[in-house]
Write a protein that binds this ligand. Structure first.
Ligand code: FAD
Ligand code: FES
Ligand code: MG
Length: 287
């Protein structure tokens, strides 16, 4: 149970793991997530279900190494198991035939956007996708995204692959030329989703974002994941994670995401020091 049956490095910082979780696999729908814990003292880490196979009883998780817990998770191998995997959590994406839709993925956001793109395509939508990353080394799943879209634009911030620059420019072009767009989705860093929200607002294009607020229990009990929609409080774990991008109070979300940054930085430094000492001890033992 919760055993990793497959692992793949998708880019220098992004890992894919396929985890044996038959009960979750049987119920998972596009847009939902799980919370994993590696061990008794492990943090609770929310991760979107990037794919699922009810037949094989597995779910696919794709995570970027950004801090101590995800770096530790990057060391897990096939045969290792998570202590807990809780889910599927959150509300699934509202999938229907909207007509023509544009999907925007930033960085690791490609993974959570993939099942949504597949579901929207299957429902008969004309799917345009823009995917962007900081550089070529951080890009993954271009072919998967191409296969599930009618048109794909790939960009890198540093111009090392595809169209140079941020996703904002191609999005603006699409908004100006594709006048029959019915809906947009964006998943990626909060600052990128804020930019998409500001770009689609003048076009009155309904835009959905999947919010990545800090979570603890994931069941609506702690209030840690609260966000403001206009002035109303919502809990991302139970009311979301998807919300109307034009109603999200982005400054509040960005501020809340940075609450623990000093502690998170310290945790990484201490963990790296500890790991280096262990490596040194092992080398000395061998010598
Ligand atoms: P830390 O150094 O602890 O934190 C780095 C940053 O990650 C923080 O500044 C904060 O912004 C965020 N973060 C820290 N702790 C949490 C927490 N408990 N919950 C949420 N965010 C946190 N990342 C992926 O790579 N792939 C995914 O599919 C994915 N799906 C997500 C789905 C949801 C619903 C949410 C809320 C988040 C998702 N994330 C995903 C983000 C992922 O949970 C964080 O990157 C991870 O928790 C960071 O942990 P850390 O200890 O490695 O980093
Ligand atoms: Fe605790 Fe959402 S994570 S209420
Ligand atoms: Mg952490």
């Amino acid at each position: 149970m919760n055993t990793i049956v497959f692992k793949q490095k998708l880019s220098e910082l992004v890992n894919l793991v396929v985890v044996e979780t038959p009960l979750i696999a049987a119920k998972a729908r596009a847009g939902q997530f799980v919370i994993v814990r590696m061990n008794e003292t492990g943090e609770r880490i929310p991760l979107t279900i990037a794919d699922s196979s009810p037949e094989e009883g597995t779910i696919t998780l794709v995570f970027q190494e950004v801090g101590k817990s995800t770096m530790q998770m990057g060391l897990l191998e096939v045969g290792d198991a998570f202590l807990n995997v809780v889910g599927p959590l959150g509300q699934p994406t509202e999938v229907k035939n909207y007509g023509k839709v544009v999907l925007i993925a930033g960085g690791v956001g490609v993974a959570p956007l993939y099942p949504i793109a597949c579901a929207l395509k299957k429902a008969g939508n004309d799917v345009l996708i823009i995917m962007g990353a900081r550089n070529r080394g951080l890009l993954f799943w271009e072919e998967r995204m191409r296969a599930t879209s009618d048109r794909l634009i790939v960009c890198t911030d540093d111009g090392s692959y595809g169209r140079p620059g941020l996703i904002k420019e191609p999005l603006q072009e699409i908004l100006a030329t594709e006048t029959d767009l019915a809906h947009a989705w964006a998943i990626g860093p909060a600052i990128m989703m804020k930019c998409v929200a500001e770009t689609t607002l003048p076009y009155h294009l309904p835009t959905t974002v999947s919010l990545n607020s800090i979570m603890i229990d994931g069941t609506g009990m702690c209030g840690g994941c609260r966000v403001l929609l206009d002035h109303e409080v919502r809990f991302v774990c139970v009311d979301g994670p998807e919300f109307d991008a034009h109603r999200v109070n982005w400054d509040n979300l960005l501020e809340r995401l940075s609450f623990y940054r000093a502690d998170e930085k310290l945790a990484v430094e201490q963990w790296k020091q500890h790991t280096c000492k262990l490596d040194l001890a092992l080398v000395q033992e061998v010598q």
